[in-house]
Design a protein around this ligand. Structure first.
Ligand code: NAG
Ligand code: NAG
Ligand code: NAG
Ligand code: NAG
Ligand code: NAG
Length: 544
């Protein structure tokens, strides 16, 4: 329904205003937040309806990012449902999901989910499976960032990190979140108070060289870091209704820290006129000079040197800088290899993985945890130990017989020694071909619901060019699978994981974060992987 239609047909007296209130509510449910905002500009009466709490409560629900009970609970910390809706639609919805980076190769997975009046990013750490197996849900994780919803629905960004000893918080700004964003970048934002020529600012940051970016982010985080004091180290996620007061206190504290920096304790949020904590004065030129030598070593041509110099110049016309987060959409990120993003090691960026949830004809789609061994979770002696794996299960049309294939893409591997690259399938099965191979072990009387024929990854020619060998996927129940390689009789068992539930129920184990820059992207070439040179088997990994 378009706003224009109302305008043309009922130009003098709005038809909608003469309808009973409950019908109006139904009509408003069909509109998007933008439509409602536009409609509110039409006249006073429509403005009143369009700004009513009920209309925006509906919109919060329609956004489908948090359950109704939480929407109502969160309302206590914002000025209106409209403000809350702004946060849910513009911040929460685009960001929730699985973000990854390929470095290091064992996996770098950041799970973004609702906190309390906030959206939280948590890294799932490469780890071993606990003694009770994958069912137990004792996943180790570490906080990466949080975006708090202000009273008016605005955003306050905090990067988690540590100064080597203690946990720290690094406040910053959210400069942009595109609706269909797929790249989440940590940047430094120059602030020009007077000229306000902000148009080119972030383009400039991304144009800086990798070393310049790294130095800048480090310089700025050193300036803005705040120690995490006692009351803040409470749980990130609400677990019970009675936690609400404590959660609201924690949020107030964070809002103060964001606004006033280390002086927050003596301040009231209502106080105005005081300088905003972010951004900070930083002597960037001194830093450029300090790092002068290093860059001449590998910058080759005169032209490149010139460009680098100009970019630095342009960037440092300001002397105040803040940390910032920018979620943008980049078309060429969508990858060649089954949705595994095309990644750039030069930026502090995470990439969104298009994880589909289970639906009608794709019931197994989603995130699964896995480990080698049968019975599931029992320790086995080989090099992989009982490493925890995280897999994304997805479906793909299969041309051969117009059928569908189920693909288990590995996104995290808890081994010290990575045998199989991330982003490649652990197994691919044809869900239209039942497997006739019997399950090779004593299955404790389990009746398998289905079994499918397919193939599983093996070491093959090096790291980037793994080989595939025949195998079968056995469906034990709709959330419990086993994949068996026919030749070796290796068994890989999988269980559906609901990370959100694990973290919310406090079943997981929170470990301290890394230093700030590393904590965001945790980049570092995998020490075990000697086959990552791009020239190696380009053709095979680039196809598909
Ligand atoms: C609503 O207003 C925005 C600008 O504020 C405009 O871009 C958009 O086209 C309008 N939408 C409709 C449906 O009229
Ligand atoms: C965010 O990043 C994108 C891609 O680098 C850039 O084009 C855009 O200008 C940035 N947005 C802001 C508000 O800085
Ligand atoms: C991570 O940051 C949040 C604030 O966004 C804070 O409450 C929490 O204590 C931090 N966690 C650690 C381990 O530093
Ligand atoms: C990543 O870095 C490259 C160059 O280092 C740059 O061209 C690109 O715009 C950056 N992307 C983002 C999303 O910042
Ligand atoms: C990825 C990651 O965050 N790794 C480390 C985080 O910190 C804990 C302990 O401080 C380490 O055990 C993780 O390996």
């Amino acid at each position: 329904m378009m706003v224009g239609e109302f305008k043309s047909e009922y130009s003098s007296d709005f038809f909608i205003l003469s309808l009973p209130a409950d019908i109006t509510v139904v009509i408003f449910r069909l509109l998007s937040p933008t439509d409602i905002c536009n409609l509110s500009c039409c006249c006073k009466s429509l403005c009143d309806i369009a700004n009513s709490e009920n209309v925006w409560l509906d919109q919060c629900e329609i956004a489908q990012v948090i359950p109704l009970s939480e929407i109502v609970q969160w309302r206590t910390g914002v000025s209106s449902y409209k403000a809350l809706c702004r946060f849910l639609v513009e911040v929460m919805k685009p960001l929730v999901g699985v973000w990854v980076h390929q470095e290091p190769e064992l996996g770098n997975v950041v799970y973004v989910m609702p906190g309390f009046l906030s959206v939280v990013g948590c890294r799932i750490i490469p780890q071993k499976v606990g003694p009770l197996g994958i069912q137990e849900g004792r996943i180790m994780w570490s906080p990466v960032f949080e975006i708090i919803c202000g009273f008016d629905g605005s955003t306050k960004f905090f990067l988690n990190g540590s100064d080597g000893k203690d946990s720290c918080l690094y406040p910053g700004l959210v400069t942009g979140i595109e609706k269909s964003c797929n790249v989440l970048s940590l940047e430094v934002e120059p602030r020009r108070e007077k000229t306000n020529s902000e148009a080119s600012r972030n383009v400039l940051f991304s144009k800086l060289s990798c070393t310049d970016k790294k130095n800048l982010v480090e310089l700025v985080t050193n300036h803005v870091g705040l120690h995490v004091s006692e009351p803040l180290s409470v749980k990130l996620f609400p677990t019970a209704r009675e936690d609400e007061g404590m959660l609201l206190d924690r949020r107030t504290m964070l809002l103060k820290m964001h606004k006033f920096g280390e002086n927050w304790k003596h301040m009231n949020l209502e106080e105005n006129g005081l300088c905003c904590y972010n951004p900070k004065h930083v002597d960037i030129n001194e830093m450029w000079e300090k790092n002068h030598g290093a860059y001449f070593e590998y910058i080759a041509t005169e032209e490149e040197r010139e460009i680098r110099y100009l970019n630095r110049q342009a960037f440092s016309t300001s002397d105040t800088f803040g940390l910032s987060l920018n979620a943008s959409y980049t078309a060429d990120v969508c990858s060649r290899i089954r949705g595994w993003p095309n990644m750039n090691g030069e930026n502090f960026s995470l990439y969104k993985l298009p994880v589909k949830n289970s639906m009608n004809d794709q019931e197994h789609a989603g995130l699964w945890g896995g480990t080698f061994g049968w019975p599931p979770g029992r320790c086995n002696e080989d090099a992989t130990g009982n490493a925890f794996y995280l897999l994304m299960l997805s479906y793909q049309e299969f041309k051969k017989n117009n059928g569908k294939r189920l693909i288990g893409t590995k996104i995290l591997e808890g081994t010290d020694y990575v045998n199989r690259p991330n982003g490649t399938p652990m197994f691919v099965v044809d869900i239209d071909s039942p497997s006739l191979e019997p399950f090779p072990f004593d299955a404790d009387g389990i009746d398998f619901e289905h079994s499918y024929k397919g193939e599983g990854i093996t070491d093959g020619y090096g790291f980037r060019c793994p080989d595939f060998k025949p195998g079968s996927l056995y469906v034990i129940s709709d959330d419990h699978f086993a994949f068996v390689w026919h030749g070796t009789k290796d068994v890989f068992t999988l269980k559906r994981v609901n990370i959100e539930e694990i973290l919310k129920k406090g079943l997981g184990m929170c470990v301290p974060p890394l230093p700030p820059t590393n904590n965001f992207t945790y980049m570092g070439r995998s020490y075990t992987n000697v086959f990552t040179e791009p020239w190696l088997c380009h053709s095979s990994s680039d196809s598909e």
